[in-house]
Write a protein that binds this ligand. Structure first.
Ligand code: ZN
Length: 307
């Protein structure tokens, strides 16, 4: 039985997963920590979505090489962009119930576009509702702000807010307030700290180009503002000033890649929901990513096809 099969089978039983997914864990346990990156869960009140989310969170909680905390990469629920209040609440109810039942690990949340309420609704009462935009998701996740940072050992994690309303759709970027905050955050972080930046939508990614099936009729690549940060150049230029930025993690695309650009590793990490709970998406099975962060600034990723 190969290791992937073993892990898959192990997720079906209630006992701990007995095999470390990292070959080097025994040697390096004291000089590293592990993070589960679970993104694009897109849960909704159906059996398949609820059971799938349950399996993913149970799996990451049962790994023998213990995970120190989880980062939720965003798009926790199927969609709040154009759903009624009742339907949005029903989705958050499943999210909270499953998380409460299956997750014992600390969890840090990042906001996804589908977590924001009402962007694709025209009713004035929605726009004027105190839960409009990101207020609802902030409340659900008990987040003080839509972007923030925290430290763990000698690493700093910076969680960005990628998605913004744009003519009834959305655009991937950070706003001026957030950019000023990020500049200051990087400037005031001790250079001995290694930095990992999280954004729901990728800042650098090849997946963003692969999301739609066909190129434009003339054969050119064309990437939507909704699939890749439109301010990538500005962010990359900022990042060049800080050699302690090691990696950037994202979700959103439901595909997986790893791109190194100007010395920074950009990981796009697939989706817990795969094809929005319809199986694999363009060949990528429902998955989460397991990261090992080393005290010397190295990072290693393994994709876990948990289902
Ligand atoms: Zn998304």
């Amino acid at each position: 039985m190969d290791r992937r099969k073993f892990l898959q089978n192990s997720s079906l039983v209630a006992t701990a997963v007995t095999l470390s997914p990292f070959d080097f864990s025994a040697k390096t346990k004291s000089s590293s920590f592990r993070v589960g990156f679970l993104s694009d869960t897109h849960v909704k009140p159906t059996d398949i979505a609820e059971t799938g989310m349950r399996n993913a969170f149970r799996h990451v909680n049962q790994l023998e090489s213990k995970v120190d905390f989880i980062i939720n990469g965003g798009d926790s629920i199927m969609d709040a962009l154009k759903a009624s209040k009742e339907k949005v609440q029903a989705q958050w109810d499943v999210w909270n119930k499953v998380l409460n039942d299956e997750n014992k690990l600390p969890i840090y949340h990042c906001i996804g576009n589908h977590d924001a309420w009402g962007w694709q609704m025209t009713e004035l009462e929605v726009k004027n509702d105190p839960l409009y935009d990101k207020q609802w998701v902030l409340k659900q996740h008990k987040m003080k702000n839509r972007f923030y940072s925290f430290e763990y050992n000698n690493w700093k994690f910076i969680i960005l807010d990628s998605a913004h309303e744009n003519n009834g759709g959305y655009i991937a970027r950070i706003d001026e307030e957030q950019f000023a905050w990020l500049e200051n955050e990087l400037k005031t972080t001790d250079s001995s700290k290694h930095i990992c930046i999280v954004s729901h939508i990728p800042i650098v990614s090849f997946c963003s180009a692969m999301f739609v099936d066909k190129n434009e009729p003339n054969g050119d690549w064309k990437i939507s503002r909704a699939l890749l940060h439109v301010d990538s150049r500005r962010l990359i230029d900022l990042f060049k000033n800080y050699s302690n930025i090691v990696c950037c993690l994202s979700g959103h695309i439901h595909l997986q890649d790893s791109v190194e650009y100007f010395g920074i590793q950009y990981y796009c990490n697939g989706a817990v929901s795969g094809d929005w709970w319809g199986g694999p998406f363009k060949g990528f099975a429902p998955a989460y990513a397991l990261f090992e962060f080393f005290n010397d600034g190295n990072v290693k990723r393994q994709i876990i096809n948990y289902a």
